[in-house]
Design a binder for this molecule. Structure first.
Ligand code: SF4
Length: 443
């Protein structure tokens, strides 16, 4: 796989221009001035990484944008990507006291972005929390937000941290899986570069998938942090889904973000109702598909995507087909994909097909987006790490697994939540590793 991104193609970049443009400097100061600097700020409590929101906003209001960025980074090393991808409506901005006064909440996400963009424009580095070198080496398996946060925190506190990533680019879903109009791959990589500059080592193209790989890891490192995310997307489990012209949502998003997929035509059918399904459907529209259907087996009220994602998809022109399920995929004599579908109704928790409601949708691309399967079998079998319902069982406060040398955090533990949750988990695990008796004794 090449290391190209959508950033290298101006036309494609324009099609995926950012949804929320940055605040102009003057507008940022005016917005920051509205903040009431609440004591016991509910916005900070609502942030999984507990960023000192009034603290950084106050610094923007007083013109100390660098200080604002350092305040953010102290709590959240991925403050730039979180400013872009966090569902702020249900986190910090959702908790803002301005709602109590029927006023617009403070635009915390945009202010955070303002501070972080200035920080990166100046090629700054966050200060190290401790200059004392610690004689400890930690491998962080997976190059996504949980591992990045864990490795950066360890490094900032004097430990050696190495990220082991099977792909050729770091950043995990931030680079490969988040819609480009929310977070540009280039911005994700810029953030990773800062983490590399503070001394985290990166090894790319390295898979951990055998006993020998684990033994090698354990002989080189004192601890292993598993930030392996979720695995491949689940299959639909219907006949014909291996046909050419079927590409799952994560493959589609990664393909256009890395510049491998530049346009689409005709009709695209996306199956699923989560945020990733919406991202894929919107991407298909922006790549040129004239018609994009999103098939979801339940009703509009039950769609798991956030409301603002659903509203956005409607604006992009995505058409929703509710309570409809695919049954089979085949090709007609003209080479088009035919997706046989049926209307369903719910009886208790079971979905039942409605008689005589079958119809076939002809399309050019079918995109399953029905969730991911965790990648946990290997570590369960070879290292006895407890796995429940496909997720690694880890202490919620420390990330410690049932194996004393292994910690874990992010999607592989929580089943797939927000980037900011993964960052919080990675940081907690780093602090817990530094407090293990073996490490603390040598500090
Ligand atoms: Fe400012 Fe709103 Fe947070 Fe209060 S709750 S500190 S007004 S952002």
């Amino acid at each position: 796989m090449s290391t190209a991104t959508i950033h290298d193609d101006p036309q494609l970049r324009a099609r995926f221009s950012e949804l929320k443009p940055a605040l102009a400097p003057q507008a940022a100061v005016i917005e920051a001035d509205r903040c009431l600097n609440c004591f016991d700020a509910p916005c900070t409590a609502a942030c999984p990484t507990h960023i000192d929101v009034p603290g950084f906003i106050k610094r923007i209001a007083s013109g100390n944008v660098r200080g604002a960025a350092l305040r953010i980074l102290d709590a959240n090393i991925l403050g730039s990507s979180c400013a872009r991808v966090c569902p702020v409506d249900v986190l910090c901005e959702g908790a803002c006291v301005m709602h109590w006064h029927n006023r617009q909440p403070i635009q915390i996400g945009l202010l955070q972005r303002h501070a972080m963009d200035a920080f990166y424009a100046a090629s700054e580095l966050p200060p190290m929390a401790s200059t004392a070198a610690r004689n400890i080496k930690v491998a962080c398996v997976g190059g996504g937000p949980a591992s990045l946060a864990c490795a950066a925190e360890l490094r900032r506190r004097g430990a050696e941290a190495t990220i082991i990533e099977r792909r050729t680019l770091p950043g995990g879903l931030n680079t490969y899986g988040v819609a480009e109009y929310k977070l540009r791959a280039a911005d994700s990589l810029r953030e990773v570069e800062m983490i590399r500059r503070i001394g985290v080592e990166f090894r790319f193209g390295v898979s951990i998938d055998s006993e020998a790989d684990l033994e090698k890891l354990e002989s080189e490192f004192n601890y292993v942090f598993l930030g392996i995310g979720l695995g491949a997307m689940q299959q639909l489990g219907i006949p014909g889904e291996d046909a050419e012209g079927v590409m799952n949502a994560l493959e589609l998003i990664a393909a256009y973000k890395t510049g491998h997929l530049r346009e689409l035509h005709g009709t695209v059918v996306v199956v699923g109702g989560g945020n990733t399904a919406i991202d894929a459907a919107n991407a298909a529209r922006r790549l040129g598909a004239e018609t994009v259907y999103l098939l979801y087996r339940r009703s509009a009220d039950e769609i798991p995507a956030f409301d603002f994602e659903y509203e956005h998809a409607k604006q992009e022109g995505v058409q929703f087909l509710w309570r409809r399920q695919p049954l089979a995929v085949r090709r007609n004599e003209h080479g088009r994909l035919l997706v046989d579908t049926v209307q369903v109704r719910q009886l208790d928790k079971t979905l039942l097909p409605i008689p005589d409601s079958h119809y076939t949708i002809a399309c050019d691309l079918l995109v399953p987006a029905i969730g991911q399967s965790p990648l946990t079998q290997l570590i369960r079998e070879l290292r006895g790490i407890e796995v429940r319902d496909g997720r690694i069982v880890a202490d919620p406060f420390t990330g410690h697994t049932s194996n004393p040398r292994y910690f874990a955090g992010g999607d592989c533990v929580n089943g797939g939540r927000e980037v900011v949750d993964a960052v919080a988990a990675g940081k907690r695990a780093a602090l817990a590793i530094l407090e293990t008796p073996e490490v603390a004794a040598h500090a």
